[in-house]
Every structure is written in structure tokens, then in C-alpha cells.
Write a protein that binds this ligand. Structure first.
Ligand SMILES: O=C(O)C[C@H]1NC(=O)NC1=O
Length: 243
């Protein structure tokens, strides 16, 4: 099975970190490649960024279809363009927030999300409401570290773990979800320090795509995720015409 992990922002170094953490959970017979969006924001930290990340994501999915990918991971915690991506393929397409939040509900009664900027907390709450039962998400907390600072700031691990520890206490939760693809490398250390399951969505989504492929199930084209009806797209988006 061939899995393509798409970083919808345009920062190559972040893709490399994402790829390493995805590769760490690939099973036998799985080939994986990670790609960086060729257009859009350097990082995704606002609704504006999220909207402008979608064309690059869709271009990467289209390329994956050409290259024979069997499944996809959308490696950004806002799960940008997830539904649109599903209209382009019959392969499974899993977002990292989606995978992490679902996994969290399987191993605890309530989870807390630790994410980057405070302004992205609303998106995390919206996704939790979409993916999980009422009450499963107990809190969303921001460490106020910009996405691209995660790589180089030596205080990141301490700040994320301390915030997660406070979240467990204040939220009454028993699981932590890391709210950024750039936090993937913190998962093992945070798990060891906190003594609770800490879930990284990059790994969770990569495993879930493999699981779906093992079940031989992919995206249903029967209804809402059927291919988009043909129509002209003009201007900058003319390249998205599907003739
Ligand atoms: O929403 C966030 O803060 C995290 C999200 N942004 C990004 O560029 N990759 C991410 O996973």
C-alpha cells in the first residue's frame, strides 16, 4: 500500500518532521512519501491561512491520484480541505485532528487538546464537535508558540508538557491530543512525563489509513463525496479545471 502524507503548508522542514513521525508507524508492505504543498501559507494559523492552504492540498491529492497513492493523510491540525479532498479520490483521506481525536475517545473518557496559537482553539473545538461525542473534548489550550517556532525553540517541550499537565488537572481529562503536526516529535517524551496517553495526529492518521486499507475500505463516491460536478474555474484557479 502507498500512503501519501500531505503537509498543506509550504514549509519543507516541517514536512521532514511529519514524514519521520509517519514513517515510524508504517507497517510491512507500506511505502510512504510526504509532500509539501507547492502553493499557500508557510504555516496555517488562521482561517485565512486555512482557506489559502486548500488549493495546494487539492493539487497534492490530484498528483497523488496520478502517482497511484492508495491513501492520504492531511497533516495539519485544522484538517483543511478534508471533505474536498475526499471528492477527488476513492482512497481513504484522514485528517490528523480527526485521527487523534477519534483515537483519544478509544483510550479515555475525556481529552484535552494542546495547540499553538489561542486563535486556533475555536477550530479545534469545531472539529471535536464534528468528530467526537459531546463532552469528550474537555478543553483546548494554547501554548502561544507560533507553528514555525516549534522547530527551533528549546523551551517548546517544557511549555507543552507543563500546559498539558495543567490541562489534565483543570479539565478533568485523561488523554492529551497534540494540536499541531509540528508537535509530533514531542509525543513519546510527553507520554513518559505525563503518564497518560498523548496522541500525535500524524502517527494516528497514518495508522488509521493503513487500517482502512487493510479493511479494504476507502472513500465512498456514492453520495456527498462523489466527484465534483464539472464546471469552469477561471482566474488563478483555472488550473483546477477537471476536464
Ligand atoms: O493549527 C495549528 O496551529 C497547527 C497547524 N498549522 C500548521 O501549519 N500545521 C498544523 O498542524
Amino acid at each position: 500500500m502507498r500512503i501519501r502524507v500531505v503537509n498543506p503548508n509550504t514549509t519543507e522542514s516541517m514536512t521532514a518532521l511529519i514524514e519521520a513521525n509517519a514513517r515510524a508507524v508504517t507497517g510491512p508492505g507500506v511505502t510512504l512519501d510526504a509532500v509539501t504543498s507547492t502553493m499557500g501559507p508557510a504555516s496555517i494559523e488562521s482561517h485565512y491561512d486555512e482557506a489559502l492552504a486548500v488549493p495546494g492540498l487539492l493539487a497534492a491529492i490530484t498528483a497523488g491520484e496520478r502517482d497511484g497513492a492508495d491513501g492520504y493523510v492531511v497533516a495539519c491540525f485544522g484538517d483543511p480541505g478534508l471533505d474536498a479532498a475526499r471528492e477527488l479520490t476513492d482512497a481513504p483521506v484522514i485528517g490528523i485532528a480527526e485521527a487523534a481525536m477519534h483515537a483519544a475517545t478509544l483510550v479515555g473518557r475525556g481529552f484535552s487538546v494542546v495547540t499553538t496559537l489561542a486563535r486556533t482553539r475555536g477550530r479545534a473545538w469545531d472539529l471535536a464537535a464534528r468528530y467526537t461525542p459531546a463532552g469528550a473534548c474537555r478543553g483546548v489550550h494554547a501554548c502561544d508558540i507560533p507553528v514555525l517556532a516549534l522547530e527551533n525553540d528549546p523551551t517548546v517541550r517544557r511549555r507543552v508538557v507543563d500546559l498539558a499537565r495543567r490541562a489534565l488537572a483543570t479539565d478533568g481529562s485523561d488523554v492529551i491530543v497534540l494540536g499541531c503536526a509540528g508537535m509530533a516529535g514531542l509525543c513519546a517524551a510527553a507520554t513518559a512525563e505525563l503518564g497518560v496517553p498523548v496522541i500525535d495526529g500524524v502517527a494516528a492518521a497514518t495508522v488509521l489509513v493503513q487500517a482502512l486499507l487493510t479493511l479494504k475500505v476507502g472513500t465512498s463516491g456514492h453520495g456527498e463525496y462523489a466527484p465534483p460536478p464539472p464546471k469552469p474555474y477561471i482566474g488563478l484557479l483555472e488550473v483546477f479545471n477537471r476536464t
